[in-house]
Ligand binder design. Structure first.
Ligand code: ADP
Length: 413
């Protein structure tokens, strides 16, 4: 089965074509036949496409057109035309899976896209204004180009769809629940991938594991996972809640917002910009939202860069602690995404605070660029894993399960 995965962000569109043969889906991905990326905001706003195939063919091109669907068509055409051709015709693609950021309260599982589903994604644009429009544009571009191919929406919120009410409902007035103002949580595709991969790496049944997954990228969130389901998470009604992030504040006293609005110096749009773009690592350090640059500044003695990391670590420990009661125990702590996978100091600092629970990192394993590895000591009461997140493969697996009607997952029991 050939599965095309489209993963649209606010400034990029990543795509890849997987071929799945046989019934078993390994927990880590095979190499895609073809990978493509559109960078919408490349030099002076002219979109750039980049393509690479499994056989090593590469293509980089600037596309001068105002039409998003023309750029998409150009990218997808490279699968069956020119030097990067990997299939003979577009009809060889069996199914197209889309990462859709917001599925609201209704979509707790992946779903075959119909007009009804498209309308629902459009109706949720006010909850995900930066993402759902790009997701819809991708779906419509594929319709135009590939006609009646089966398309599947895999929602970033779905994995958290069964969080118990006590964790999902904010203690505001009950009317908020009726207005759908509840905790949705995000990064669900990554949290689910890491949970399934962790079970595989540990050789355990996912249903038997209590896990905390730490997705630490530009956006950061934790999930508490029990019986294979998310039972609590740190992002909320929006991706602004929870941990300190690259440029987002995470949770802050809501009284600060009232204070700033009352002072008259802030409009609602100002607050939106400050909380999403000028806070977090960037806001505190005054240097960058990028952890690499923060680390470089610390080594040159920047006090604010050090403070930014200290707050980041404090909040990470705080929320790891907050996830524990929902699990009533912990089998593995999992680090993923740019910071989670690449910054040993952050993993070390997070774990140090929980040594009293018997969590112990092996310093040498932690510092030797672990990928899909257990970095805990033998004696540690909790396993500590570093997992390279593979959201596109998780989307492909969801598509395969839905289309083939069965969900056999490699070694994952
Ligand atoms: P996104 O949420 O945009 O997908 P990523 O998962 O790529 O983000 O994570 C981006 C973050 O990871 C940035 O803060 C970046 O500095 C950090 N990061 C990525 N690679 C490294 C590295 N080798 N060393 C330190 N930090 C890194």
């Amino acid at each position: 089965m050939k599965i095309l995965v489209l993963n649209a962000g606010s400034s990029t569109q990543k795509s890849c074509l997987y071929e799945i043969t046989g019934e078993f889906l390994p927990s880590s991905p095979p190499q895609p036949l073809w990978e493509g990326k559109i960078d919408w905001s490349h030099y002076q706003g002219v979109p750039q496409i980049q393509v690479e195939t499994a056989t090593g063919e590469q293509l980089v091109e600037q596309i001068t057109t105002d039409s998003q669907s023309e750029v998409m068509a150009h990218l997808l055409n490279t699968m069956w035309q020119g030097s990067t051709k990997v299939i003979n015709q577009s009809s060889e693609i069996d199914v197209v899976g889309h990462r859709v950021v917001h599925g609201g309260r209704y979509y707790r599982e992946s779903v075959v896209i119909t007009q009804f589903v498209k309308d629902a994604i459009a109706n949720l644009i006010n909850l995900a204004p930066a993402h759902n429009p790009a997701n819809l544009a991708g779906i419509e571009a594929v319709e135009k180009l590939l006609g009646q191919v089966t398309q599947i929406a895999v929602f970033d919120t779905a994995f958290h769809g069964n969080i118990p009410e006590a964790a999902a409902i904010y203690p505001g007035p009950y009317e908020w629940v009726e207005q759908d103002i509840i905790r949705y949580g995000f990064h669900g595709i990554s949290h689910q991938y890491c949970a399934e991969r962790a079970a595989d790496l540990l050789g355990k049944d996912l249903q038997s594991l209590r896990l905390i997954t730490c997705h630490l990228g530009n956006g950061c969130s934790l999930a508490a996972i029990k019986n294979g389901c998310s039972v609590d998470t740190t992002m909320g009604f929006t991706p602004l809640d929870g941990l300190m992030m690259g440029s987002r504040s995470g949770s802050i006293d809501p009284g600060i917002l009232i204070y700033l609005l009352r002072q008259g110096n802030y409009t609602v749009d100002d607050l939106d910009r400050v909380l999403n773009k000028a806070s977090g690592l960037s806001g505190i350090s005054g240097i960058s939202s990028d952890m690499r640059q923060i680390k470089a500044a610390i080594s040159q003695g920047s006090r604010r860069a050090q403070l930014a990391v200290d707050i980041y670590v404090h909040r990470l420990r705080f929320f790891i602690g907050a996830m524990l009661p929902s699990l009533q125990g912990l089998d593995a702590l999992i680090f993923t995404a740019g910071i989670g996978e690449n910054v040993p100091e952050i993993r070390q600092a997070a774990c140090e605070a929980f040594e009293f629970l018997g969590i112990k990192i092996d310093v040498s394993k932690n510092t030797h660029k672990p990928v899909d590895k257990d970095i805990a000591t033998k004696e540690s009461a909790v396993r500590v894993l570093v997992i390279h997140t593979q959201e596109d493969w998780q989307i492909a697996r969801e598509c395969y399960k839905l289309v083939s009607g069965h969900g056999k997952m490699g070694n994952v029991k």
